[in-house]
Design a protein around this ligand. Structure first.
Ligand code: FEO
Length: 173
């Protein structure tokens, strides 16, 4: 059975992951409105990944006879000055989420919660990937600067991102 402190911390993390999905979905709407459908498709995959992340915590709490509690979500930002600014915000957000995962690892260690420690290792690795993938897009957009042609090329490239894997435990999401 999961302890109360770990359960509360994971319920908080479900909120963080769903707020990530909400933020990225807002970016999808912004990118669609800008006519950048490839970037919007990339961010749609990112949104799906965040929902899969939330579901990992949801399943973990349930499997250990805990109780999931869904907390209120903050309204995400709606507009960005440019696609570069949106992706910079996504990168900063991933860094914030990495910090929340580190905090969870700390709680798991303090509570001597081995199942949580093992489950969280997946997230530690995943956050390395999450930061890397958003940072790479930021660097790509910084490199093309104000080039309209470059933006079209990047939009096409990002549109080729494969769909997110199903949200089951043990599968890459
Ligand atoms: Fe769930 Fe993008 O971190």
């Amino acid at each position: 059975m999961i302890g109360k402190r770990m359960q509360d911390a994971m319920n908080e993390q479900i909120k963080h992951e769903l707020e990530s999905a909400y933020l990225y979905l807002s970016m999808v709407a912004y990118l669609n409105a800008e006519g950048l459908d490839g970037m919007a498709a990339w961010m749609t995959v990112q949104t799906q990944e965040e929902i899969a992340h939330a579901m990992r915590f949801f399943s973990h709490i349930n499997e250990r006879s805990g109780r999931v509690e869904l907390l209120p979500l903050a309204q995400p930002k709606k507009e960005w000055a440019s696609p570069l600014e949106a992706f910079k915000a996504a990168y900063a957000h991933e860094q914030f989420i990495s910090g929340t995962i580190d905090d969870l690892v700390k709680v798991a260690e303090e509570e001597n919660d081995n199942p949580a420690k093992i489950m969280l290792q997946w997230f530690v690795s995943e956050q390395v990937e999450e930061e890397d993938s958003t940072r790479k897009v930021v660097e790509l957009l910084e490199r093309i600067g104000d080039s309209g042609h470059g933006l079209v090329m990047v939009d096409r490239e990002l549109g080729a991102r494969p769909a997110a894997a199903p949200s089951s435990e043990g599968e890459a999401a």
